[in-house]
Ligand binder design. Sequence first.
Ligand code: BES
Ligand code: MN
Ligand code: ZN
Length: 497
Amino acid sequence: MAELTLSSKNPTGVKVDALVVGTQTTSDGVAVVGDDLPRDVVAELEALAPALGITGARDEVRTVPAGAHLKAGVLVLTGLGARDASGSFPAETLRRAAGAAVRELTGASSVAVALPAADEAEVAAIAEGALLGAYSFTRYRETAAGAKAAGPVATIEVLTSLARGAKAKAAVERAATIAAAVHATRDLVNTAPNDLFPAAFADIAKAAAKGTGVKVTVLDEKALAAGGYGGILAVGQGSSRGPRLVKVSYSPSRPHAKVALVGKGITFDSGGISIKPAKGMEAMKSDMAGAAAVLHTVLAASRLGLPVAVTGWLCLAENMPSGTAQRPSDVITIRGGKTVEVLNTDAEGRLVMADGLVAAIEENPDVVLDVATLTGAQMVALGTRVSAVMGTESVRSEVVTAAEAAGEQFWPMPLPEELAASMKSKVADIANIGDRFGGMLVAGLFLQEFVGSTPWAHLDIAGPSFNEGSAFGYTPVGGTGVAVRTLVELLEARATK
Ligand code: BES
Ligand code: MN
Ligand code: ZN
């Protein structure tokens, strides 16, 4: 990851490849905003802006020559839109503006960011956005030169008069820890499924936890069979590469709360015997984004030293069609004894998650949160940038509040009781599919059957976890790392409760 430092240097003199400043829309056009920019530079840019088509709108990034007054190579103007009623920019606006500017600078090595920050929280938002934008996935680029050309910036200096304060330093350190967790989550999602299969994922979890004090336990097929994990085994049985359940525990002494996180980790979802159409199937390498987010949230909680016990459960399987695959009409038994008639093998996420939820709840957590790329219906309902959250009302609200603070979009969705009847099975306790309409809610209701009275929220991140469109703000193409920031924020909130 890029190295980030805080500095109170004047932007005029910084010798970097690129200097990032803000533009804002005002009643009479566009204004250039940034800490301590020389007046003549500002005046010149503002005079040129209309001819350059620069409006100061959000998501607008323009690179211009730095001119004789500045030591930087180029000047990057990133749009902040209009100030809000209180005269400031929302934290998420700063995060995105910093991220969009840095993201466009692949090829530049050093960047200084001089955006307006009124307090430490805003400094942290700028730092976090810049780091989130400084991402690229180069694992499969053959030549070193190719990798270098596509590489993100190496050093980021955030210029602010608050640089020397301990509060700003701590806030930026937190931002760096979170950004690293998001990057690592994106890396896992972007990794090709021939390299990332359940056992490989388990090995990565072990390696990532090494030296952190986080304990990783791996249940292989034998252990899963002994433990009655019928959902994970059934989904995994069609693949030559067997399933795993990975438990990742962070256990600080005298924790203020005990939180369980369950992640869907289908390393590739072909649909199984209920096979998916070929078109777009490649995106199903991202069907483990929930498990990746859970793993790196637990590790981030440990790095931040949060006084909250967090146990992550990664439900890992590859959903493949084969002579050993489960069939539509198979009846399986989830851990704990409930039977499920599998009417569609492509509704596999809920099967592995049911096992994971049951296992998580056996340890009596205060709350359990599950994160899954569970349904295409999530995207029909909310699109590709807004995730859904369902479950116990108070926990659902807690997630929405945390998401808002973290700069992620999670929207509350209901679990209408009457829809549950559509999952009635003719032979088993429940079927794994129900009404097509409200498919996301049906999946949520299925999971609800396995959580009993434990306070619970279900996060469906199907759309937001994988960006199949173009990059925007600090969000790259491919894996986005969604949910990590919300979950860390929620753990921090629980820590201070
Ligand atoms: N992994 C998919 C859901 C998904 C779809 C995630 C698109 C991201 C993008 C899930 O396993 C699935 O296939 N769900 C089915 C359920 C249906 C068979 C009831 C779906 O949504 O079509
Ligand atoms: Mn599926
Ligand atoms: Zn799936």
